[in-house]
Structure formats: structure tokens, C-alpha cells
Design a protein around this ligand. Structure first.
Ligand code: AMP
Ligand code: MG
Length: 341
């Protein structure tokens, strides 16, 4: 299949909307990661998403909306849920927050994996919202990577996975947030965080005025008990190990390792590794989880292209704000293979 790559413009959006309305797929930029878009109310189109990505059918899709009016036909909320939804929508929509709510009968089974709830997000990216409006339908859009690979946050990364597999990719440049949305389940009052993402737990708590629970957080004990493949996701092809510890300790430890390897590292530690002749890919300062989030997926892909035998990534144990999402993605990318120095 020929893949047309179009720079975002109003004519490109009209063309992409045609593709969506025809029941075909189009990769689109959002502020989180590139999404693989299809008409969310067309089961055959949504099915194509699973086929192209190689995504297990028991993993439901998020429906993207352009405005709050689009939400109501898709969900059946108790007044309590609607209250929480409105409070959150007020602060975080449009933006990187997905809300899980009881579904209406309008939502196809394939979107919800047959479950009683549907996940909804209003993206902040103006191009994404314009495409949803032009298509005139909620858009189902999981990350535009092949299943298991790091999510694409640049046009190149998106095109690497999907060229030849979809008729169109909209080029919106680099994604601003770089990790996926925070998924909040509003069917458990007040809510449970099912996936850490662009919106921090603390931000949700500040908006609501009470604590919420992150049920997705990997526990340190789990790392030791099950370092296996169970969590593998977002992974480069090259084996990856995360390093928790100072730059100095990490450099000293790496100095003793054999074979060819590279390090995705904190900006301030790059000179320590480079001085030992180790190839480095800096992904932000240790204290800057916003930059790390923006760069983590594309750095994993860039590191994969180096053709070394093993990759290491420095990881901050701090899990506040976007740091929780960075920790979660790296934890899964390395399959729980973490070394504390
Ligand atoms: P992706 O769009 O590839 O980032 O994946 C969507 C994420 O949202 C996955 O982690 C799904 O499991 C989650 N998700 C989608 N729909 C639901 C739902 N109805 N209930 C719970 N989680 C959901
Ligand atoms: Mg994904």
C-alpha cells in the first residue's frame, strides 16, 4: 500500500477526514504521541487498527472527541460521575487525560473489548481536534506503533512503523508531551489511575481537592519478584537495562561491562559516559521529567538504530508529575530489568 505523508494543513485535514469517513486508517499527531486513527463508530474500521498494529483484541481503544457535546452520546453517567467528569474536563480537557466511563450502546464492542466502559479523551493538539471535527465522528486512536514497540513521537518514528501499512500519515512534527495520556477510571469513585501519563497524580488531586489512587504504579517488590517478560511493552529490539543511581556510580559500573553498548542518559551525566568512550543519547536533566517524557520513546528508537548489543538507560526514582509516566514506560521497556547502584 502506498502511504501518503502530508504536512498538517486545512486541506490535509480534509483529505484525512475523507480517509477516516471511508473507514480507512490515518496516523495523526496528538500532543501525547502519534495516534493510529479510525472512525470510532465503525467496527470494521476499528478492527483494522488491531490488524495493522498486531494489537491483542482484549486491549480496548480510546475514543477521541473534539468537544464536550461529543461525549454525551457515548456514555451513561451517574450524577456523581458526571460531577467528577466536569471538574476534570474543566481543568484538563483538552489535554492528556483519558476518562473511563460507562459506555452507551452507540459504542461498538470492538472499541471497549466487549467491556461495560469506554475510554474518552479530548486531545489538545489543534490538528487532531480539527481532524475529529472534519470527520464528524469520535476517532479511535491508539498509539501509532506496531504492538510492543515504543510509541512514536516524531514523524520519522511513526513512518518507520506504518509506511506501507496505512494510506495516510499526517505530519505534525514532534509531539510535545511525548508519553501517552493518563487514564483515569471514573467508575470507581472518585477515580483510579489505570495508567500514569501526561497529567500527574498530584495535578488530579489538586483539581479534585482529595487524594486519588494510582493502581498502575509498578512496585519495587514486583521488580525483584518478576523481572521477566510479563511487563514487556514499549520495548526496543536491543536488550535494555535501567540504571538507578548517580552518574558517577553508573559510569564506574558500566566501565566494568563488556561488549558493545550505549546509554540513554541524563544530560548532566553525558560527559561522564562519553569520557569512557560510551555512545550517549541524552534525554533531559535528571530533575526534568517533562523533557524526559518528551524524549524517552524517540531516544529508545534512536538507540535501537545504533546496532549495539545492549542498551542502558538512566532512570530517576522520582515518580512525581510526569516522572511517574517516565518510570512506568521505562520499567515496561526494560521488562523490569533494573539495576540499583
Ligand atoms: P494506547 O491508546 O495504545 O495508548 O492504549 C490505550 C490504553 O487505554 C490502554 O492501556 C487500554 O488498556 C486503556 N483503555 C482503553 N479503554 C479502556 C477501558 N474501557 N477501560 C480501561 N482501560 C482502557
Ligand atoms: Mg500504545
Amino acid at each position: 500500500m502506498h502511504t501518503k505523508i502530508l504536512k498538517l494543513s486545512s486541506t490535509a485535514i480534509q483529505e484525512a477526514a475523507e480517509v477516516i469517513r471511508r473507514g480507512e486508517l490515518c496516523a495523526m499527531p496528538t500532543e501525547t504521541v502519534y495516534g493510529l486513527a479510525a472512525d470510532g463508530l465503525n467496527p470494521a474500521a476499528a478492527k483494522e487498527i488491531f490488524r495493522v498494529k498486531g494489537r491483542p483484541q482484549d486491549n480496548p481503544l480510546i475514543l477521541h472527541i473534539a468537544n464536550l457535546e461529543m461525549l454525551y452520546p457515548l456514555v451513561v453517567m451517574t450524577p456523581e460521575m458526571e460531577g467528577v467528569m466536569m471538574e476534570l474536563a474543566d481543568v484538563f480537557w483538552p489535554g492528556p487525560l483519558t476518562m473511563v466511563l460507562p459506555r452507551s450502546s452507540l459504542v461498538p464492542d470492538i472499541i471497549t473489548a466487549g467491556g461495560p466502559t469506554v475510554a474518552i479523551r479530548m486531545p489538545a493538539h489543534p490538528g487532531a481536534r480539527a481532524l475529529i471535527e472534519a470527520a464528524g465522528t469520535p476517532i479511535a486512536a491508539p498509539s501509532a506503533n506496531l504492538s510492543g514497540r515504543p510509541s512514536p513521537t516524531t514523524l520519522r518514528d511513526c513512518a518507520d512503523d506504518l509506511t506501507g501499512l496505512v494510506p495516510m500519515i499526517l505530519d505534525g512534527g514532534d509531539c510535545d508531551v511525548g508519553v501517552e495520556s493518563t487514564v483515569a477510571d471514573l467508575t470507581h469513585f472518585p477515580l483510579d489511575i489505570l495508567r500514569a501519563g501526561g497529567v500527574g497524580k498530584e495535578d488530579l488531586e489538586e483539581a479534585l481537592g482529595y487524594p486519588v489512587c494510582d493502581v498502575s504504579a509498578p512496585k519495587t517488590g514486583e521488580i525483584l519478584r518478576s523481572p521477566g517478560m510479563k511487563y514487556k511493552h514499549y520495548a526496543p529490539s536491543t536488550p535494555l537495562t535501567a540504571l538507578l543511581g548517580s552518574g558517577e556510580d553508573s559510569a564506574a559500573w558500566l566501565d566494568k561491562q563488556s561488549g558493545e553498548f550505549a546509554v540513554i542518559c541524563f544530560d548532566e551525566s553525558a560527559p561522564l559516559f562519553a569520557a569512557k568512550g560510551i555512545p550517549v543519547i541524552p534525554y533531559g536533566r535528571e530533575s526534568d521529567s517533562v523533557t524526559q517524557a518528551r524524549k524517552v520513546f524517540t531516544s529508545l528508537r534512536e538507540a535501537d538504530r545504533l546496532g549495539v548489543e545492549r542498551l542502558y538507560i538512566q532512570l530517576s526514582p522520582s515518580k512525581t508529575g510526569r516522572g511517574a509516566a517516565v518510570f512506568n514506560r521505562v520499567f515496561r521497556a526494560c521488562g523490569g530489568d533494573m539495576i540499583t547502584l
